[in-house]
Ligand binder design. Structure first.
Ligand SMILES: C[S@@+](CC[C@H](N)C(=O)[O-])C[C@H]1O[C@@H](n2cnc3c(N)ncnc32)[C@H](O)[C@@H]1O
Length: 279
C-alpha cells in the first residue's frame, strides 16, 4: 500500500512537472508575426524579408500611408532629445536614417560640434542601411553618420557608450522586446535618455473604427499598387495591433531599469513617444 502511494505521488509529480515544462516552452518558443503565431526562431528571418522587400520604396510609402504625418512625429521625437551631457546618439532599427539625419540638423542648428562616431545608425537589414547611405550622401551628411548592421537585441556596442538611444517604428518588429530594452539600458551612459516612437493604441472607439478601416482596407492595397507587395503591408498593420499599448509598454521600459518613464500620445494614440532615463 505504501509503495503504491509512493508510486502514485511520483507519477503525479512527474505529470505536474511535465505540464509546467510544456507551458513554459509554449510561452517561450512562440511569438507573433502580425496575426500569425510563429516560432521565435523564424520571426527575425520573416521580418528581414519584409524590410528587404520594402527598402527601396520605404520612404515613399511612409509619406503616402501617413499623408506625411510621420515627418511631424519624427521631428517631434528629435525635439524631445534635449541632451545636456553629450551628443552621442544611437538610433536602433534606424533603417534609412530619418531620425539620425534630423538629429544632426538639430545639432547644427544649435551650433553644436560633432565628433566622428557620435551618430550611429544600427539596423539588422543592410538593404535599409544602403538606401539610407544614398540618402545621406544626397543630403551631404555622409561624413556624420556611422552605419552599423546589427541586432537591437544584442547590440555590438560597449556598455555606457551613448547619451541618447532612439528607436522609431522598430521595436514591434523585434522578437524579444524586453531584451532590446535591456540592451538600450546597457549601452546608454548614466544620465542617458531613451526615446521610442512607435505605433500605439487608439482608445476612442469611433476613431479606432475609422483607423482600423483605413489600416486594413487601404494600406495593403497601397502596398500592392505602389510597391507590388501586399503581404509586407498587411504585416505592417497587423504588427501594430500586436504591440503592447501605452501603459503595458511603459511597464516593460520600467522593468529594464529606466526611471521617470512616461509617454505622450501623437495623433490620438496612433503613435506614441515613450521616454525614460538611465540614472
Ligand atoms: C519600420 S522600419 C523603421 C525605420 C526607421 N527607424 C524609420 O522610422 O523610418 C523598422 C526597421 O527595424 C529594423 N529591425 C527589425 N528588427 C530589428 C532588430 N532585431 N535589430 C535591429 N533592427 C531591426 C528593420 O530592418 C527596419 O529597418
Amino acid at each position: 500500500m505504501a509503495a503504491q502511494k509512493k508510486f502514485l505521488l511520483k507519477t503525479l509529480r512527474a505529470a505536474t512537472a511535465n505540464i509546467r515544462c510544456n507551458c513554459h516552452s509554449n510561452v517561450s518558443q512562440e511569438t507573433h508575426f502580425g496575426f500569425e503565431t510563429v516560432s521565435k526562431s523564424s520571426k527575425a528571418g520573416r521580418v528581414h524579408t519584409v524590410f528587404e522587400n520594402v527598402a527601396e520604396k520605404y520612404d515613399l510609402m511612409n509619406d503616402l500611408m501617413s499623408g506625411g504625418i510621420h515627418r511631424a512625429w519624427k521631428n517631434y521625437l528629435v525635439s524631445q532629445i534635449n541632451v545636456l551631457n553629450g551628443n552621442r546618439m544611437l538610433d536602433v532599427a534606424g533603417g534609412t536614417g530619418d531620425i539620425a539625419m534630423r538629429y544632426i540638423n538639430q545639432l547644427k542648428y544649435h551650433n553644436k560640434t560633432l565628433s566622428t562616431g557620435d551618430i550611429v545608425v544600427c539596423d539588422i537589414n543592410q538593404a535599409m542601411l544602403d538606401v539610407g547611405k544614398i540618402k545621406a550622401s544626397r543630403l551631404g551628411l555622409s561624413q556624420e553618420i556611422i552605419w552599423v548592421c546589427g541586432n537591437g537585441e544584442d547590440l555590438p556596442f560597449q556598455d555606457n557608450s551613448f547619451d541618447v538611444y532612439t528607436i522609431a517604428f522598430g521595436l514591434r518588429n523585434f522578437t524579444n522586446t524586453q531584451k532590446a530594452l535591456d540592451e538600450a539600458y546597457r549601452v546608454l551612459a548614466p544620465g542617458g535618455k531613451f526615446l521610442c516612437l512607435e505605433f500605439s493604441a487608439v482608445k476612442n472607439p469611433f476613431l479606432k473604427r475609422l483607423y482600423d478601416e483605413y489600416s486594413f482596407q487601404v494600406i495593403p492595397v497601397m502596398g500592392e499598387v505602389i510597391a507590388k507587395d501586399w503581404s509586407s503591408y498587411q504585416y505592417l498593420v497587423e504588427s501594430i495591433r500586436q504591440f503592447p499599448d501605452q501603459v503595458e509598454f511603459s511597464a516593460l521600459i520600467t522593468t529594464s531599469g529606466f526611471k521617470f518613464v512616461k509617454y505622450e500620445n501623437l495623433t490620438f494614440g496612433v503613435a506614441a513617444i515613450h521616454s525614460g532615463f538611465k540614472l
